[in-house]
Design a protein around this ligand. Sequence first.
Ligand SMILES: Cc1cc2nc3c(=O)[nH]c(=O)nc-3n(C[C@H](O)[C@H](O)[C@H](O)COP(=O)(O)OP(=O)(O)OC[C@H]3O[C@@H](n4cnc5c(N)ncnc54)[C@H](O)[C@@H]3O)c2cc1C
Ligand code: SF4
Length: 528
Amino acid sequence: MSSYDVIVIGSGAGGGTLVRHLAPSGKRILLLERGDWLPREPQNWLARDVFVDNRYVSADTWYDDKGTAFQPQVHYCVGGATKLYGAALYRLRKEDFGELRHHDGISPAWPIEYDELEPYYTRAEELYHVHGARGEDPTEPPASAPYPFPAVSHEPRIQQLSDDLAAAGHQPFHAPCGVMLDEANMPYSACVRCSTCDGFPCLVHAKSDAEVLGVRPALEHPNVTLLTNAQAVRLETNDAGTAVTGVVVARGGTHETYTADLVVVSCGAANSAKLLLASANDAHPHGLANGSDQVGRNYMFHNCVAVLALSKEPNPTVFQKTLGLNDFYFGTDDVDYPLGNIQMVGKSSAEMYRGEKPIQTRLAPEWTLEKVATHAVDFWLSTEDLPLPENRVTLRDDGNIALAYRATNDVPKKRLLHELKVLLKDLGMQHDHLLPRHAYLKNDIPVAGCAHQAGTCRFGTDPAQSVLNTDCRAHEVDNLYVVDTSFFPSIGAVNPALTAMANSIRVGDHLLERIGAPQARPEHAHVG
Ligand SMILES: Cc1cc2nc3c(=O)[nH]c(=O)nc-3n(C[C@H](O)[C@H](O)[C@H](O)COP(=O)(O)OP(=O)(O)OC[C@H]3O[C@@H](n4cnc5c(N)ncnc54)[C@H](O)[C@@H]3O)c2cc1C
Ligand code: SF4
């Protein structure tokens, strides 16, 4: 049995960022990751391997509420889901921290205000090399610093799209991107600006993911230890149930127990709930820290749709994810409820369309898949999903995850799609074609597309209604914290990772104070 000051379980956006923040303290830190290092190999950038054969999707089996098995879109590796993410690093809107009335109900307020998280957003943007331009997006929340890096430039077809949107009276903006790109000095730029970014691992380690900018720099500190292929399976507590006394880890075919003064869970929203539920004991009969019966509930994952429009002119864009549009975020002149965010996704290719029936059947035979790919302009529309107590993770008798989920806000989701459709004629696109992309979302079975999962251990001030307090410490267990997207009480309609990263730094400051370590000074980001 080994003892540490802090054990962090899970090395993704939450855990990887936290370990990076704690590392300079000199305290003994153990990072447990159930997956391995994601291999660096040519397949990292091959669409067929990544999108069609799901090479990096973990072979896990979850079950829906009818007991049907499915393979969730989860990634068990150092860096977690950020290894595959699109690195669109948005702040939530200031209004997302308050109560917002939606079509299907209320999006609840957070127990902290935007202003409390703002300095940590700024630090997270520095750590994760976010490129952007303040002042273009009318919904953008106030920021205490400019983006640390200039906006990624639009390629000509996307610049045209931006100009056309502006001419139609809209306010497109340069999307915030986490890539280590230096357009002013490309021979020295780590990022080569390729077409295989969003949904792919970065072969040259130039994406701002939690492995490259969280875990690797943390491991340069001798006080930090990483164990890969180490799955936390249970947390043990003292008899009173007030403190975690051991982390039981399945590794190399046996079980080992590690101890620490503080234990931080960051396994991703579904798996963090699973770990707490699997840690039920006499003091916590319904799952660790679950006296409120809130662990696993309020699961959210954004009501998203990926669509492909067909440009009248070819679209030779390589790196497409440079534009966003939030003009419908809070509604329209005619709609008094929020609709959501529109952004670009990675440029699609013919290879990715294999097996996508809508594309193959609705456009054939005039449109070959190659012709579709040449003209495709790919959009991602994201509508806020509301927290419902019945949308929840539970544990089956066999120990696997059961996920009960029904989407919320379908009306605003459809309305947002309608708004985009109406715009097409002004944007040089075929006005009659806006095709859904199933493979991108991996959502043939909707619950499987859990890339943006959040909300299973929400934080709050009322222990009867929340799992964590405002420091993300379990109300019922003094040395237990959760820092992945589980803590979100609502998810907004922009991508969640930057918020998890910023919050990890915020919680990290609290932990440093608690373990009597000096506050970490911001280090210069390290490119591994
Ligand atoms: C294809 C794709 C594209 C995306 N694009 C974007 C985007 O552009 N912008 C954005 O903001 N977000 C994006 N996301 C979502 C973003 O990646 C997640 O919101 C974010 O990574 C969540 O962070 P997390 O710490 O909660 O979980 P993760 O990053 O998933 O980390 C959880 C970690 O815990 C490990 N783990 C799980 N269980 C255990 C256990 N029992 N013991 C030990 N380790 C365990 C996992 O292996 C994993 O490494 C995308 C996701 C995907 C899949
Ligand atoms: S665009 Fe840049 S960061 Fe993204 S995969 Fe390509 S090289 Fe890596």
